[in-house]
Design a protein around this ligand. Sequence first.
Ligand code: ASP
Length: 441
Amino acid sequence: MVKVVKFGGSSLADAEHFRQVASIIKADPSRRYVVPSAPGKRFKEDIKVTDMLYKCYELIRGRATKEEIDAQYTAICDRYKGIISDLGLDFDISGELEYVKNAMLHSAGRDYVASRGEYLNGLILAKYLGFYFIDAENVIFFRDNGSFDEEKTNQVLSEELKAHKYAVIPGFYGGMPNGTVKTFSRGGSDITGSIVARACCADLYENWTDVSGFMMADPRIINNPRAIETITYRELRELSYMGATVLHEDAIFPVRNAGIPINIRNTNRPEDAGTMIVSQASSYDSEHVITGIAGKKGFSVVTVEKDMMNAEIGFGRKILESFEDFGLSFEHLPSGIDTMSVVLPTAALDENRERVLQAVQRRTAPDSITVEDGVALLAIVGRGMVKAKGTAARVFNAISGADINIRMIDQGSCELNIIVGIDEHDFEKAINAIYDEFVND
Ligand code: ASP
């Protein structure tokens, strides 16, 4: 049995958390490969080390004074030195810190600077655990165009892992063909964990954070929502795309393809089972028909109307081409007999609003084009919906019972979700109504 364990920044923010992390790792000898983030926030107003590093890079680029740069870098060093001394660890990190500072001052790239957050934290954690340290730069590879090189990574990383029974591999970065360092997007240590799990054919990828898994709804909207015990990768895609953020979106792919489950766990409450993310959950094992509710505000609906549209071959293509020309992708495409609507984020539309609408006008010669802003989309997701009759009716009843007008409906073709468009100011109220209907009844 092999487990890969990734710990987020809040799980490694100070010495106390390091101790907790070590006790979790040592409690199970199959927890063999450890992927750390950089130290995160210790309290609400605190600053993550990654953000401090970005700031330091900007100061250097912006030719700030030596005093300003020194003060910023000293604050970063203090985070690491504080952890080492509070742990009582016999480890002199000053040479490393000096090296990083010199590299920063001598034109190291932005990604290199940011990646040092995980690198330095990884060194400390490896020392504390007595595990081997593998620098991600030498085992995780990007191509010249910046895309992740899965094949090469798998080959080199799996060989390297075979050589060490226990190891720490810092998250968030890898190496470019030209020898420089590149990071994934923010929160990317989740992706590293997934890549490591794939490379060693792990039985489980444990992702330790500061919440006990995914909640059925956003805790900022629903008071104390229930945790989701089991969720499939496809359900998770739907929910995280719609705003439920615990795990980086791209972290799903390497393990999903290899059939490795992910377990989201809480470092501060290791006794909680957390959420299991699996490829297949054959029977629906929850008492609720739905798995979760998520949503986003800030959408616009562009509706194009033309008599006999249904008979005009290529009408839809002409509309979509008009959006494509401006590099706009759409979220949904509800249509009627003589109307077709394109739903997309308002911020994206606003970059070229007039020109896009003119292009649609020119291409399709419609009877009318209207744009409605201020739309929120809700996704009600659940693999149990396929079998349960009347789910859509319950969703719509709950929404109308709360006196909310539904502006758009889209049931995904896989019967995994129902998407509803409503006015933005009804967003929180609608989520409450649906949650009450399915969970609190
Ligand atoms: N430290 C990086 C960030 O703050 C990556 C991570 O934590 O996953 O985005």
